[in-house]
Design a protein around this ligand. Sequence first.
Ligand code: G3P
Length: 214
Amino acid sequence: MELYIDTANLDQIRQAHGMGVLDGVTTNPTLIAKEGVDYGKRLAEICEVVSGPVSAEVIATTFDEMLAEGKDRATIADNIVVKLPSTVDGLRACKSLSDEGIRTNMTLCFQSLQALMVAKAGAYLVSPFIGRIDDIGEDGMELIVKIRQIYDNYGLPTKILAASIRHPNHLLQCAMVGADVATVPFDVIGKVMNHPLTDSGLERFLADYKKAFG
Ligand code: G3P
């Protein structure tokens, strides 16, 4: 499974890249607002660090405007993937951009049939939002399982990018049910590598060594 980081924070992106685990980056308007920087400029900075796919979400919501904004974002770097909402206008923009060879990430996917439609329109990635489904008392992981089955039934090449991941168990489940990619907040990487037996084991190795050799 590929691992992306869901942030617009350059320091976090550099750190994850340095750990050797980073396959790509996803951003969205909320994450950019949090950083308080120019979206286009930050995307260019991210693409200097990361050679894998970097998702740039459009602010526009109508077909014509999404198309223009998406084409503009795609000029920033070869690895920009244009992120579009899973709406009817988004579908049309997905089809047009895909036909021009621009990769798309169809975001805000909350039901499996949206995923079927965006795959038919040529999406490179689909982003089902697991955490936000869990938030309303439903099971986000079920959506990943259904999309996996539909895509496998028909050999659809769109990659399932599990988004809105909140904790390591989400990440584990994604890997087990066959998501192609998971995009995680930076802190999830640290949590995954944290185990009390790793810490106590390390402490003991060092104490034993010190006792024997000073
Ligand atoms: O980038 C989209 C997605 O990962 C957002 O996650 O935590 O705001 O639901 P969240």
